[in-house]
Design a protein around this ligand. Structure first.
Ligand code: HEC
Ligand SMILES: [Cu+2]
Length: 314
């Protein structure tokens, strides 16, 4: 049997679109290469030494021809640009109903946490037909989360959150690779993605030792790190309440406005001086070096959940 796959499986709709762009470009390249080769051969034979072809009145300029060979490639390359941009935008913008999974890369493994607190290592279980968004960060060096069957790849950086999303449409087991050389055992930083039927997935998600949700762990950390002493309702220090801050614009000291996303909350905790909320004193201490990436994810999940509670209560 033919067992020499030149192409990975396609397990998302988007993967098909990425392939379409790729094969479209390949077709353009092949067509032009063939055209040029054929013309070279044709003229090499026609004007070979000793041939009687007419060499008088050789053309040196041809305006129409020049315009044609500028305009046609211009349209072709703009077409490729438009198609690729459309696919890229779709890849870039996660739908708002996507469920979130947190990924922590480190030398040399992937630690994965689901919002309900379930953890896995080098394995990611997801349901078929539902959008999933990954929030990713690294504990040490740059890694890259790569799932060939989804045509999805995103660098995972220390000190920063990156994200990507996909919606698998075919159940099965797929490869997961680290696609950024990250040290001695980089080649072993691999794993599997399991795309499951929704019912199987629910069963898997609720199986095993039931841990508490990320947001609950986060609320405990919020107390144990003393955040609630300032951010709580009965705090003596004047600090902004964090209910509903996630996803909303925050006016900063100095006049600018930022949207409170994961990165902003992370920076607020590690580098509180870098962005001070308008109307407040910069008294919040930095937690750089005191809070682990893992704990940060939980606190962020908690602050995000605060936002949801508030909105649903309105
Ligand atoms: C000593 C009091 C104090 C402590 C302790 C404290 N904060 Fe703050 N925090 C503040 C103040 C004051 C601000 C507003 C000024 C600023 O942005 O630095 C703030 C701002 C923030 C913001 C940005 C809020 C917004 O509305 O944009 C976040 C998020 C935050 N803190 C999270 C935390 C977390 C998480 C902890 C615990 C790990 C914590 N804080 C501990 C006083 C505190
Ligand atoms: Cu790696």
């Amino acid at each position: 049997m033919w067992d020499f796959p030149l192409f990975p499986e396609t397990a998302t709709e988007l993967a098909g679109k990425v392939d379409a762009v790729y094969f479209g470009e390949l077709a353009v390249c092949v067509a032009f290469t063939a055209l040029i080769c054929i013309l070279i051969l044709f003229y090499a034979i026609k004007y070979r030494k000793g041939s009687t072809a007419n060499r008088e009145n050789a053309v040196t300029h041809h305006l129409v021809l020049e315009i044609v060979w500028i305009v046609i490639p211009l349209f072709i390359s703009m077409g490729i640009f438009a198609a690729a941009t459309m696919v890229y935008l779709e890849m870039f913008r996660a739908p708002s109903n996507a469920s979130e999974v947190y990924i922590l890369g480190r030398q040399w493994m992937w630690q994965i946490q689901h919002p309900n607190g379930k953890r896995e290592i080098n394995e990611l279980h997801i349901p078929i037909g539902q959008p999933v968004k990954l929030m990713m960060t690294s504990q040490d060096v740059i890694h890259s989360f790569y799932i060939p069957a989804f045509r999805a790849k995103q660098d995972v950086l220390p000190g920063r959150y990156t994200s990507m999303w996909f919606q698998p449409n075919k159940a099965g087991k797929y490869h997961l690779f680290c696609a950024e050389y990250c040290g001695t055992s980089h080649s072993q930083m691999i794993g599997s993605i399991y795309v499951m039927e929704p019912a199987d997935y629910e069963r898997w998600l609720s199986s095993g030792t039931q841990t508490q949700t990320l947001a609950t762990s986060g609320s405990q950390l919020f107390k144990s790190y003393g955040c609630s002493g300032c951010h709580g309702l009965n705090a003596t220090v004047r600090a902004p309440l964090l209910e509903g801050v996630y996803g909303h614009p925050v006016p900063l000291e100095g006049g600018s406005v930022v949207t409170a996303d994961e990165k902003y909350i992370r920076d607020s905790i590690l580098l509180p001086m870098s962005q001070v909320v308008a109307g407040y004193k910069p008294v919040m201490p930095t937690y750089q070096g005191r809070i682990s990436e893992d704990e940060l994810l939980k606190i962020i999940a908690y602050i995000k959940a605060l936002g949801r509670n508030e909105r649903s209560g309105q």
